[in-house]
Design a protein around this ligand. Structure first.
Ligand code: UGA
Ligand code: MN
Length: 387
C-alpha cells in the first residue's frame, strides 16, 4: 500500500519534473537562437556548446529537485533510506533517458533541416559535441583514490563498503594497494564487480619495519606505490589517500575535485578530540585542532587532505616517510615549497565533517572448518570468502 503511494508520487514527480525541465529548456533555447526569425525548432540554428551546457545544468537542478522531493517524502512517511535512494536512482535514470531521447530527436530534426541548407558538416560537428556532452553530462577531471589495504578478516567487508561509496562518484580511478607480495584474489574479484576504473597493486611493508616493536608505519609502502603509479600514469586531476576502514560522505569527492594545490578539511572520530581540522577564525587560518600535535607542522589525519596531481608532478622527490605517526606531516612537508597559509579549505570553509576515522573492531581469524563434518556442504564455499 505504502509502496503504491510512493510509486505514484514517483511517477507524478517524473512527469512534473520532466515537463518543467524540458519545457523550460526548449523555450529557452528557442529564445537564445530566435534572432534569425521564426521560433520553431525547425528554423532555429543548431544548439551551441553554451546551450548544451545550460541544458545539462538544468537537468542537474532537476536531479536535485528529485532528491529533495524524495527526501521530504522519506521524512514524512518514514520511507527506508534504501527505498528512498532506489526511488531517486529510478527517477534520475528516467529523467536522463527522457532528456537524451528528446535531445536526439531535436537534433536529428534540426540536422535534417540544416543539411538541406548545405550546412551538413558544421551540423554534424555540433551535433557530435552535443551528444557527447549529453551522454556524459559532466566531463570531470579524474579523482585518484589511493587505498592501502591488507589481508585480514575485515578486508572484504571494508572494501565492499568503500566500493559502494566510490560507485556513486564520477570519474574515479581507484588504486587499491595491498600490503602483500601476492594480491588477494577475492579483492580482485570484488574490484571487477564494481565496474569502477581500478588498479590492484601490491607493496609489502619492508621486513625491517614489520619486525619493529610498537607502532608500525602502516600503509606507507602502499601509499608510496600509489604515488609511483600516479607519477607514471596521471597528468591531471586530484589524488586522495583514503584508508579502507574510514567512512566517506559522497559530498567529499566533489569537494576534493576543487583542489588546485593542497586542500584540507575536517575528519571526524579522530584522536581524543573526536575531530581533526584546520581552525579558521573569520575565514582566516589560525592553526590546527587535533588531539595529537606532537611537534608536527601539519597535524592532520591522512583522510584530511587532498593534493592536485600537477602539484605532485612538480615535486619529484615528494614521498611518505616510514615514520609511524608522522606519515601525514612527513609527506606534506616533502611537498615543499608549501606553507599552511596556502592551504585550500574545503567542506564549506571546514564547517562540515565529510570523512570519518571509523576504525572497525578487529576480529579473530575464523576457526578452520572441520572438513570431515562439513566437507560436502555449502560451508566450504562460504569459508573461501572469509579470512
Ligand atoms: C592512522 C592513520 O589514519 C594512518 O593513515 C596511519 O598510517 C596510521 O594511523 C599510522 O600512523 O600507523 P589507523 O586507523 O591507526 O591509521 O591505521 P589502520 O587503519 O590500521 O591502517 C591505515 C591503512 O593502512 C589502512 O588502509 C590499512 O588497511 C593499511 N594497513 C594497515 C596496511 O596496509 N598494512 C598494515 O599492516 C596495517
Ligand atoms: Mn584506520
Amino acid at each position: 500500500m505504502k509502496m503504491g503511494v510512493i510509486a505514484l508520487i514517483g511517477l507524478f514527480l517524473v512527469l512534473y519534473q520532466y515537463h518543467l525541465s524540458t519545457g523550460v529548456r526548449f523555450e529557452q533555447m528557442n529564445d537564445f537562437n530566435g534572432g534569425g526569425g521564426g521560433g520553431s525548432a525547425e528554423e532555429s540554428p543548431v544548439l551551441s556548446q553554451e546551450d548544451v551546457e545550460r541544458y545539462v545544468r538544468t537537468s542537474k537542478i532537476t536531479e536535485e529537485m528529485i532528491k529533495n522531493a524524495v527526501r521530504r517524502v522519506q521524512e514524512t512517511s518514514g520511507l527506508s533510506p534504501d527505498t528512498a535512494s532506489m526511488l531517486v536512482q529510478e527517477l534520475v535514470n528516467h529523467l536522463h533517458r527522457n532528456i537524451l531521447e528528446a535531445a536526439a530527436e531535436n537534433n536529428s530534426r534540426r540536422s535534417r533541416h540544416e543539411f538541406a541548407r548545405g550546412n551538413g558538416t558544421i551540423v554534424e560537428q555540433r551535433q557530435r559535441a552535443a551528444v557527447t556532452l549529453l551522454a556524459e553530462p559532466e566531463t570531470v577531471e579524474p579523482l585518484y583514490i589511493i587505498t592501502p589495504t591488507y589481508r585480514r578478516p575485515e578486508q572484504i567487508p571494508e572494501l565492499t563498503r568503500m566500493s559502494h561509496t566510490l560507485m556513486l562518484v564520477k570519474n574515479v580511478h581507484w588504486l587499491v594497494i595491498e600490503d602483500a607480495t601476492v594480491a588477494t584474489k577475492q579483492v580482485t574479484r570484488l574490484l571487477e564487480r564494481t565496474g569502477l576504473k581500478f588498479d590492484h597493486l601490491t607493496a609489502p611493508m619492508p621486513e625491517k619495519y614489520k619486525q619493529k616493536k610498537g607502532a608500525k608505519p602502516r600503509g606507507v609502502s602502499n601509499r608510496n606505490r600509489g604515488l609511483q603509479w600516479i607519477r607514471a600514469n596521471a597528468t591531471s586531476g586530484v589524488f586522495y589517500f583514503a584508508d579502507d576502514d574510514n567512512t566517506y560522505d559522497i559530498a567529499l569527492f566533489d569537494e576534493i575535485r576543487k583542489t588546485k594545490t593542497i586542500s584540507m578539511f575536517p575528519v571526524g572520530l579522530c584522536t581524543k578530540f573526536g575531530l581533526s581540522s584546520p581552525i579558521l577564525r573569520n575565514g582566516k587560518f589560525v592553526g590546527f585542532y587535533d588531539g595529537w600535535i606532537a611537534g608536527r607542522k601539519f597535524p592532520v589525519d591522512m583522510a584530511g587532505f587532498a593534493v592536485s596531481v600537477k602539484f605532485l608532478l612538480q615535486r619529484p622527490n615528494a614521498t611518505m616517510p616510514f615514520k609511524a605517526g608522522y606519515e601525514e606531516d612527513g609527506f606534506l612537508k616533502s611537498l615543499a615549497p608549501f606553507e599552511p597559509k596556502e592551504i585550500e579549505f574545503l567542506a564549506d570553509n571546514c564547517t562540515r565533517v565529510l570523512a570519518w576515522h571509523t576504525q572497525t573492531k578487529k576480529n579473530e581469524p575464523s576457526a578452520p572448518l572441520d572438513m570431515k563434518l562439513y566437507g560436502e556442504t555449502n560451508l566450504v564455499k562460504l569459508k573461501l570468502q572469509i579470512v
